[in-house]
Design a protein. Sequence first.
Length: 232
Amino acid sequence: MGLLGAADYFGWIHQFRTKVYYESRRYNVSVKRYTPEHYRHIRIVRDPFSRVVSAYLHGLEQGYAHQRIAHFLGEDRAYSFREFVAWLSTLNLAHDNIHFSFQSTVAERNGTLELDELIRIEDGLEKRLAEVEQRLGLESTDFADGQLRSKHRNDYAGVATFAGDVAHEPGAKPAAPSYEWFYDQSLVAQVATLYACDFAMYGYSTELAAPGASGVIDLTDRAVDKRRHSAA
């Protein structure tokens, strides 16, 4: 739309989205004139298991649910990923904060909206977006452009040990291992239940090699076995 430079001026894309773009005449006229047949519907999604861990870590740092979690715990204190998931289980995830609500929309779940493109970021976000651009005849995006770099955490450099019960203070930005290390089998089952609609809608497996307290699984060996199976 030619607005990337203007968005970058704000320093944070969401400020531009909510304060300028959503308030613009162009956007509001488009919403009023919307009809499904005149638009292509492109959905970018993420594995719910990694997304919930990301929501936990981002919430710690940004504090967007601090008071609500403190109320749930009965005190303002450090909390673990397990306690975060327990809090999520008390919410209506169809209508809550966008960081941890369902990824799927009501229109998708009731069948009134069919997607033209589904992009799972684990398949390579930039690669899949480039494929969509090519299919639609759009100008190719330069993904090396610094304006397109995420400002969110993208490094998981913590020690590879079970982290699901480690409590962190609100405001902390802990060194975290990869998301699998936040799970034991109980947490896998809870998240698979909470986000069942997203797992089913987007074709994600509800099984996870969880290295947690219920028995450590060697993920390196598991990955090797998976590659061998694929090659066979």
